[in-house]
Write a protein that binds this ligand. Structure first.
Ligand code: SAM
Length: 284
């Protein structure tokens, strides 16, 4: 197999640095550099961007990103055992790879990045959704990132791109689709990883929209979707009862049947309800 760079194959790197995968760190490594380059290409033209990568591990995706021309990569890795392997990559690409050893949930990457910024990662499954929600709910919009290209368990990827009426549709779909375009761009079988997980994985590409698709106050929208989907089998007039004494009237005002369930309601109508609820609270 031809290599994308002059560095040794990943199997050799892993053996030499004794990087046996640890389950508690969500370690499932990608060893095929043609595949990691393909994932990197899903992130678009990287030559003018700084890339934030979470969890580089032995560096398969990092090498893909650099070989595909990323201007700079900032990689945050919790496992110190991976640092020597990452240092070899940094030496092969002088000035283009910075590695921080630490917990991605505790580090503010913005201090180390220059816009425009894109995020690309094969995320550790235990913190993947939490990181995505953080990136989707920044204090202001547009966010620090232009796009997110992220590997998830396939079931999580399907929840991000889900449409109303489907089982996967819920808060994550609404959050992702309100202010970004979200698409599944690749699906990967368990054998693509070492060790192989029990489930399929998928890469989701999200592009930040300059403005939300429909106007709404983020806090009010979040209250409505939390209440609606926490009891997704209940009718909205019941699940949203605690939000306003006249919730039935507000639902009717925005053309939502009070007997409908949250999973039937699209983003546009959730945003209309958020605006109506905000107005009603102001008036009341
Ligand atoms: N990017 C590599 C690849 O594709 O082969 C490794 C992906 S593996 C699914 C997830 C990586 O995230 C592991 O290297 C793991 O050590 C790292 N990791 C786990 N928790 C982390 C955290 N809280 N902060 C930063 N990295 C973390």
């Amino acid at each position: 197999m031809s290599s994308i760079d002059n560095l040794p194959p990943l199997r050799e790197v892993i053996a030499r640095h004794e990087l046996r995968a640890k389950k508690q760190l969500g370690q499932n490594f990608l060893l095929d550099l043609n595949l990691t380059s393909k994932i990197a290409r899903q992130a678009g033209d990287l030559s003018q961007c700084d890339i934030l990568e979470i969890g580089p591990g032995p560096g398969g995706l990092t090498r893909g990103l650099l070989a595909e021309g990323a201007r700079r990569v900032l990689a945050i890795e919790k496992d110190a055992r991976a640092l020597p392997a990452l240092e070899e990559i940094a030496q092969a690409y002088p000035g283009r790879l910075q590695v921080i050893n630490g917990d991605a949930l505790a580090i503010d990457p913005l201090e180390h990045l220059t816009p425009p910024i894109r995020v690309a990662a094969n995320l550790p499954y235990n913190i993947g959704t939490e990181l995505l929600i953080r990136w989707l709910t920044p204090p202001q919009w547009p966010p620090f990132w232009q796009s997110l290209t992220l590997m998830f368990q396939k079931e999580v990827a399907e929840r991000i791109v889900a449409r109303p009426g489907s089982k996967a549709y819920g808060r994550l779909a609404l959050l992702a689709q309100w202010r970004s375009d979200a698409r599944i761009v690749m699906t990967l079988p368990p054998e693509a990883f070492v060790p192989a997980p029990s489930i399929h994985s998928a890469v989701v590409h999200l592009t930040a929209l300059p403005e939300p698709r429909f106007p709404a106050d983020p806090a009010v929208l979040s209250q409505i979707t939390a209440a609606g989907f926490n009891q997704r089998r209940k009718m909205l007039r019941a699940s949203l009862r605690g939000l306003h004494p006249q919730i039935e009237g507000l639902l009717e005002q925005v053309d939502i049947a009070p007997t409908a369930r949250a999973e039937e309601i699209d983003l546009e109508r959730f945003c209309a309800l958020a605006r109506a609820l905000k107005e009603a609270r102001k008036a009341g």
